[in-house]
Write a protein that binds this ligand. Structure first.
Ligand SMILES: *[C@@H]1O[C@H](CO)[C@@H](O)[C@H](O)[C@H]1NC(C)=O
Length: 373
């Protein structure tokens, strides 16, 4: 650890020194009269070689990370990629913590086809390296494109309109058969957010009734961690525009959202929401926002949600899960820091295998931001 830090420091010092030297080189060239092509001084070359050697060394020091898809084996344990949210990175500073991945990502031939490395990009983003550096190569595209609009956002997804090579499954049918709850089976999705099975559910008609009765219009919403975009799809039928943030963890979620005629944002949870202050009427946090997120990061997330919500806007925590004791001692006080009005607050035991094993509960809450602060 100390060794790596030392090397980082060395790298920094070398970079600063090189920059000062280049500046000196430039300014001394400006002063000299004959415009001869300047030779690169030996000491500058030496500095560059030191930097390259240090980067190579750092690259070898870090063990290569497993590809994102390979780490998603058991559904009961925490997906290792989600644990990576522990890296709090407000300004993409964690790119430098993963020189191996970054090196791999930037190792391409300019002006030709990009390598098939979307999983590398995904891994970097999940590790807090976002936005990624731009590249000058061409992304591969599928040879088949849809020729007509989807009839509804619940129409069967066209199988051939995306590249399947980074995924284990090669079709939406395969994904639906593997797990009908992933969001790719449109027969299942058609009824989501409409039914009321327990107090944890807040059907969209009831939500809209609630907002209407408090004279609060819902035009625009953000769905954080919205999977294949079904919330946006249901809201579209109500003429509400919803932008879905989604990652491509093991399946083509972004493409599915887009094929439904909805807008997917490829943004990780630790990223500042790319929306201006006070412009959104509703933010919904689905399953992705739960106890796996480190507390400090969650606090930043909720305060960023507050920033983008307009006065009187709503925060909807949908099936947020945590250990029962933590909800009372940790998360409830955190949520109440926002000083929102409690429109709905329902807690119930999480009855699946991991929920029972870990003594977890679900919380579904609808909270209203104060109209003015
Ligand atoms: C949505 O807008 C369309 C076109 O203006 C309208 O016909 C329809 O009734 C609206 N639906 C709802 C639920 O407001």
């Amino acid at each position: 650890m100390g060794f790596t830090m030392g090397l980082n420091l060395l790298l920094l010092v070398a970079m600063v020194a090189t920059n000062i030297l280049s500046l000196y080189h430039l300014s001394s060239n400006l002063q000299s009269k004959p415009p001869v092509a300047p030779p690169v001084p030996d000491h500058l070359l030496h500095q560059l070689q030191t930097i390259r050697a240090t980067i190579n060394h750092l690259t070898r020091l870090q063990p290569p990370a497993p590809p994102a898809a390979a780490t998603k084996k058991s559904t009961l344990s925490i997906p290792s990629d989600l644990l990576l949210y522990t890296h709090l990175s407000p300004i993409a500073s964690s790119c430098k913590d993963h020189p191996d991945l970054l090196y791999q990502y930037m190792n391409y031939t300019p002006f030709s086809l990009c390598p098939s490395d979307s999983s590398v990009a995904e891994s970097l983003i999940l590790r807090g390296c976002h936005p990624l550096p731009r590249r000058r190569c061409f992304s591969k595209t599928p040879s088949s494109i849809p020729t007509s609009l989807p009839k509804t956002p619940f129409s069967t997804l066209p199988e051939k309109a995306l590249l399947w090579n980074s995924y284990t499954c090669k079709s939406f049918t395969c994904l639906s058969q593997k797990n009908p709850n992933l969001g790719f089976d449109m027969k299942v999705e058609g009824s989501r957010f409409l039914g009321f099975k327990s107090d944890l559910d807040l059907p969209i008609p009831q939500f809209l009734q609630l907002t209407k009765s408090s004279k609060s219009v819902i035009r625009l919403a953000l769905d954080i961690g919205g999977g294949t975009g079904t919330f946006a799809a249901q809201m579209k039928l109500q003429n509400v525009t919803v932008v879905t943030t989604t990652m491509n963890l093991g399946a083509p979620y972004s493409e599915a959202v887009a094929l439904r005629g909805l807008l997917p944002l490829h943004v990780p949870l630790q990223q500042r929401l790319p929306v201006f202050d006070g412009v959104v009427d509703l933010v919904r946090c689905g399953h992705a926002v739960n106890r796996w997120i480190p507390l400090t990061m969650m606090e930043f997330l909720f305060f960023d949600v507050d920033r983008v919500l307009r006065g009187g806007g709503y925060l909807w925590l949908d099936h947020f899960f945590s250990k029962k004791a933590d909800l009372e001692k940790v998360f409830q006080p955190l949520i109440w820091k926002l000083n929102y009005r409690k429109v709905k607050w329902a807690v119930a035991n999480k009855n699946d295998a991991s929920g029972v094993k870990n003594g977890e509960v679900y919380l579904t809450a609808l909270l209203q931001k104060p109209v003015s602060r």
